[in-house]
Design a binder for this molecule. Sequence first.
Ligand SMILES: [Zn+2]
Length: 475
Amino acid sequence: MNQKEIAAALQSMGLKKGDKVLLHSSLVSLGTVEGGPDAVIDAFVDVIGKEGTLLVPVFTALGVITDTLKKRPGAVISPCPVGTLAAIGADSETLCRDHWKAETAHGKDTPFTRLADMNGYVCLLGVDQDRNTTLHGVESLLELPYLNNTTQTFMTPDGETVTKTWKYYPGPHRDFIGLDRYFREAGALKITRIGNAQVRLIKAKDLFEIGLQLGSKDPAFVLCDNPACADCVRQRAAIFADRMEKESFRLTASSRLAGRYLPEMIENLKEVGIRFIELDYLQGKACAVLPPEKLKAAVDELQENGITVSGLRVEVVPDESAKLIEKAVAAGIKRLIVPLGDAAAVAACADGVEIVAYNHIHTAKKAAAALKELDQKINGFCFNPPAFVKAGEMPFLQSYKIGRFIRKNRQLDIADSRRDGVVTRLAQGNGEIKELISILRCHNFSGWFTLGGGVIYPGTLKEAAKDFVHLLDNM
Ligand SMILES: [Zn+2]
């Protein structure tokens, strides 16, 4: 290959005088180039002219083309220790000026978005979308919840030493390669061959437009779905947690669903992005019968790992319910979820502990009557759809309406079952769980949704969370 051939190919892709191009490249991909990296740079300059601008990234593993361009007379280095670019040509200064002052390394007021505003191009020469740094600009404009802050101390062009934090900095792994198909399908990507290298050219404006559209539909659009990729698993969990934080309800998970042992529960909850747990069973034992010190140790260990106990669920209330309350208080648990039939006894000695009662053997009519009798003694109702199915009712169409639970409702167990008593995955049974979730969301319900509450869920926590999100996505 020589400079002339490369220039001709670039021209055939539509590049012309005055164009601004951000180039990501691999010199070896071209094969043997007469004149080396200088010939490649000169080929671009031949096409875009002195009025054009050529930019290269400085921060990734330095390529020879980058190294060569940086050393050219008049080269401008964008004054920012993150997302740094080097540029030659007419608009180098305009594109790179004050890069460090931007809020993010790749977003607004950076060379990446300025390039789009100035109708410039991104060119990938012998490299794929994985190297396309402008895509970080898309991520940061979307303010994706898995992005982090990065802090650096550096010297500004005025010689001042500054420590600064940039927001929405990219994480360790992402799957940019998967985006190539969308750019192609949109007709925004030109692909040609120069020497042995595949060359891709896209307008930065189109790249942002397509990327922003994809990302606003699916915030995980650049994450891989390889379950062995710990980075993307963690990043997906951050997206899930962020999504739940935007809801009016609070999401917790039954400990029995989360796992058998504490470390397993913690790992599973973190993997999904759930920050609360409702203690029902631990190692196959009812949490309510654990010795006080063991219960407290469990609560503490969860807390140390960023997981808060949303309540203690009791299936069998001991004769001395005062002891149960005492144990909960000592462990730092402020909320008890108890069977409606035993709620009066527990409430009688509950001091400073929230008591919520769930239906178990009741029809809606009887549950409502029992609730009325308890009146101010307890803090509210926990609606368990499978138990109403067992009582022969339709939980949404009958139980929910008959019971007028809306004002007393503090919790909905996210669980489903069939009339024959078999617990199913969500919206696979007769629990009308989707309808219940939907109506509570419409009321801006601020209580708890407990994944797998009061049942043995036929699946893993991950599957339950997926089932739940699937329902939310479809309402
Ligand atoms: Zn990944």
